[in-house]
Design a protein around this ligand. Structure first.
Ligand SMILES: [Zn+2]
Length: 340
């Protein structure tokens, strides 16, 4: 990370990390609200003592304000409760720090591999079959063996994606991603302790990165495509079709859940979507699962969610303290605590 002059956007990121409004920050720093707004927009260059006051108020090293800033799509589906806005901004700002962590490895002997996530832009009108083909294409491009994926998070990390986990329930999302071209960031919910769902979320975010990138976001069709991608990526049609039941054969579904490491809900939907299970058989299975309380907690727990390994490894480097001179230590701790 080459440092530059003062970067106004960095004030916004630090402010969102601290969950402060521009007005609240202006009071802490002793300048006007509009002045904060102008500083963030790079319309005004703050004076030396203002920079110092901003660093103190926001609890970031002053050098943080000199790091380059790359903006990206905000990564969120837009159906939004007002209360979730600050939590989303905070989570997104933490994701920016995770991106900084990846960039900080440039030129070190633990340098993170650049992203090899392909971009296959799809229009919103494409059929489900096109999405299935796109998922199969990514599996082929990445040279993946057929069958269940052993570790989705590890796979993403291997392809240059930065993966972290954060509590996201206050932000009212399961997961989100930021499509940086050098190192995309995927943030998984740390408050849902469910391995199968977490793997599905990771594959869903990969679907956004592959099919949508910086282009279209925030509408329902895009979510439907990412969901279809995740199902096809985790459970390729040609490989799983012959294994799925045509009715709710729970013993078989439990075994498939363990083999494919996906939820029963995802297996039932896949059975229906591939035409193995009739819509009526699907509905009756979902009703049974619901009556047994399985929509909240499924039987056959798969264990702890997959754990990101790359970011903790970077932060554990002997020169990891170098990062604390650039990035807010409290956020690095927050990232590490949520992963463990
Ligand atoms: Zn999505």
């Amino acid at each position: 990370m080459d440092e530059q002059g003062f970067v106004g956007e960095r004030v916004r990121i630090a402010r969102e990390l601290a969950k402060l409004s521009q007005t609240a920050l202006s009071r802490k720093v002793g300048i006007s609200g509009p002045a904060i707004s102008q500083i963030e927009a790079d319309a005004v260059r703050p004076r030396r003592e203002t920079v110092r006051a901003l660093g103190t108020a926001l609890e970031v090293p002053e050098r943080f304000f000199t790091l380059p800033f790359v903006d990206t799509h905000d990564g969120f589906f837009r159906s939004l409760r007002k209360t979730a806005v600050a939590a989303r901004r905070h989570a997104r700002a933490v994701a920016h720090i995770a991106h900084d962590i990846a960039l900080s490895t440039a030129g070190t002997d633990y340098e993170m591999a650049p992203s090899s996530v392909p971009f296959h832009s799809l229009s919103l009108e494409v059929s489900r079959a096109d999405v299935e083909m796109t998922a199969a294409r990514v599996r082929a491009e990445w040279g993946m063996p057929p069958g269940p994926i052993a570790d989705v998070v590890g796979l993403l990390e291997h392809h240059g994606v930065v993966v972290i986990r954060l509590p996201l329930s206050a932000a009212a999302v399961d997961a989100f991603s930021l499509p940086f071209s050098d190192h995309p960031v995927v943030v998984l919910g740390a408050d849902k302790n469910d391995r199968g769902r977490s793997r599905f979320d990771a594959a869903h975010e990969l679907g956004h990165l592959v099919m949508h990138g910086e282009q279209v976001w925030g509408i329902k069709e895009v979510e439907v495509q990412a969901h279809a991608f995740a199902a096809a990526f985790l459970m390729p049609a040609e490989e799983i079709r012959g294994e799925l039941p045509s009715y709710a054969d729970w013993a078989l579904l439990f075994a498939l859940k363990e083999r494919w490491q996906v939820s029963l809900a995802a297996l039932l939907r896949r059975s229906r979507d591939l035409g193995v299970m009739s819509p009526q058989a699907y509905l009756s299975a979902v009703k049974t699962a619901s009556a047994r309380g399985w929509r909240r907690t499924e039987p056959v727990p798969l264990g702890a969610p997959e754990r990101p390994r790359v970011v903790p490894r970077i932060l554990a480097q002997p020169d990891g303290n170098r990062l604390r001179e650039l990035l807010p230590g409290s956020v690095l701790d927050e990232i590490l605590e949520s992963i463990d």
